[in-house]
Design a protein around this ligand. Structure first.
Ligand SMILES: CC(C)(COP(=O)(O)OP(=O)(O)OC[C@H]1O[C@@H](n2cnc3c(N)ncnc32)[C@H](O)[C@@H]1OP(=O)(O)O)[C@@H](O)C(=O)NCCC(=O)NCCS
Length: 181
């Protein structure tokens, strides 16, 4: 089964269809983000963070978000956040060209991360959330998107290759950089 995909939340921060809400995430969503990440089992946490991650570690990770340096899109089913895609960048990861920036200079490169609750996988939700986040990243002027994944994480490899990423094996992890500009 493929979930119905509605493209774009252009001009709005939220789109609701039935019990599903696609939404630009903000600091107000932090508790739901932490709850979503804590539902990931050990292996998924390793796939997402490349190290063991405790519930306390997830709380610290989410509390450390700098919302001025990230773009995140989430899918809620009723009040439960079932998937997140985010683009985050380091302070100073800027281009020289500020023409397309919506908030100061856009970053040259941002790192993508995505996760989906296990009960909702293989429905295209990760690809959908990444596409939505990429669309907004492009609009903000981000030029390149990078991602890392462990071998066997085929959905991420597929999503990155579809975005025309150059992909290589970097030690024990795969790494890809996709052009957004
Ligand atoms: C990786 C993850 C986000 C994928 O979520 P998902 O919603 O199941 O992914 P999608 O359904 O959007 O699948 C994306 C693509 O991969 C394909 N795919 C999905 N599962 C696959 C599998 N096991 N093997 C091969 N391809 C697969 C899908 O068919 C889809 O391609 P398509 O659009 O051509 O059909 C999810 O498994 C997860 O949360 N894992 C734990 C966290 C993690 O690993 N994050 C990635 C590191 S940043």
């Amino acid at each position: 089964m493929q979930i119905i995909q509605v493209t774009g939340i252009e001009g709005t921060d939220r789109l609701t269809v039935g019990r599903l809400t696609l939404k630009r995430l903000s600091a107000a969503d932090a508790p739901a983000i932490a709850a979503h990440l804590k539902r990931l089992v050990e292996f998924d946490r390793y796939s997402r963070f490349f190290s063991a991650m405790s519930d306390d570690g997830i709380d610290r990770y989410v509390a450390g978000f700098d919302w001025s340096r990230m773009i995140a899109t989430g899918l809620y089913q009723s009040d439960t956040l079932i998937g997140i895609a985010e683009l985050g960048w380091e302070a100073g990861a800027h281009t020289q060209d500020s023409a397309n920036s919506t908030n100061g200079r856009p970053p040259d490169i941002a790192e993508m991360a995505v996760s989906v609750d296990s009960a909702y996988r293989h429905l295209g939700i990760a690809a959908w959330l990444v596409n939505e986040t990429v669309r907004r990243g492009r609009k903000a002027g981000i030029r390149r998107m990078e991602a890392s994944w462990i071998g066997g994480n085929d959905p991420i490899a597929k999503i990155m290759r579809r975005l025309e990423a150059q992909v290589w094996l970097n030690g024990s992890h795969w790494h890809g950089i996709a052009p957004l500009a």
